[in-house]
Design a protein. Structure first.
Length: 280
């Protein structure tokens, strides 16, 4: 077995610009990977077929499993028929706005490309990944990014400051499809530009915005409560990530972030993590 780490992501800002004719939405997002990881072990085995196991979690079978689909589409593109065993240790909360499934799929693509020496470039893997999910290319891109389109057009963002985030998942699973179905768009925007940063925490706080937050928080008022608690515990800003239900707080001090995560994690059903951004 070869081990790979699949990081979570947060959306520092998420603007929904318009609904497209294909049913998707055009977005403008600032995305950053953070140091909370699923662990993925993979092995090439005798006989064809993709087998995925995740202890403690019931995974959909066959085409319903994004990690299995990632392996299948990559092997098909390479013209190979190989057996692959995938074991996932889930640490990223599920259906939580942190991109765990997309990160797992991206990691399977990159890992098998490496293990089988397939020679696909990052651009080719991103082209394959977007067919699996809109966030998959971001995890292959491996940089903080300004994402547009459905999330597949990526521009590297630099100058983000060294800081801490406290991720708080209140134990609610939120359907991304439901959130978008209940989103009321007011008007399309074309004036958004890639943010520029010079390394201050205030710049991060100033860009915090999520058009999906009002939809999720209206159904789950706990989202707003978690935001207020994080501010009370010293966060300089707080926001829901993606379609929820995870909320993150921005902290400039590691000790304060760890203390806040410990305090938030004491609440029944809550999971809380003090994490750092991945800026490579």
């Amino acid at each position: 077995m070869t081990t790979f780490l699949a990081p979570a992501k947060i959306n520092l800002c998420l603007h929904v610009l318009r609904r497209r004719e294909d049913g998707y939405h055009d977005l403008a997002m600032l995305m950053q990977r953070v140091s909370l990881y699923d662990q993925i072990e993979m092995a090439i085995v005798e006989g064809p077929g993709i087998r995925v196991r995740c202890d403690g979690l019931t995974l959909p079978a066959g085409q319903g499993n994004i990690a299995a689909r990632a392996a299948e589409v990559l092997l098909r593109r390479a013209g190979m028929s190989r057996g692959v065993e995938i074991v996932i240790e889930k640490n990223i909360p599920v259906a939580a706005g942190l991109g765990g499934g997309s990160s797992d799929a991206a990691t399977v693509l990159m890992g098998l490309n490496q293990m089988l020496e397939l020679g696909f470039s990052p651009a080719q893997l991103m082209e394959t990944g977007v067919k699996l999910g809109a966030d998959v290319p971001f995890f292959i891109f491996r940089h903080a990014a300004w994402a547009t389109g459905i999330g597949e057009n990526l521009e590297r963002v630099v100058g983000l400051p060294p800081l801490w985030y406290v991720l708080v998942n209140p134990g609610l699973e939120v359907s991304t499809a439901w959130v978008y179905q209940n989103l009321r768009l007011t008007s399309g925007r074309d004036d958004l530009r890639i943010p520029r940063f010079s390394g201050t925490v205030e710049e991060i706080v100033n860009v915090l915005h999520n058009d999906l937050e009002n939809v999720t928080a209206a159904r789950f008022p706990l989202i707003g409560q978690v935001k207020r608690q994080l501010i009370d515990l010293g966060a300089e800003g707080a926001l829901m990530s993606g379609s929820g239900s995870t909320v993150f707080g921005v902290f400039s001090n590691g000790d304060r972030a760890r203390a806040a995560a410990e305090e938030m994690g004491r609440q029944p059903g809550f999971r809380a993590f003090a994490v750092k951004p991945i800026n490579d």
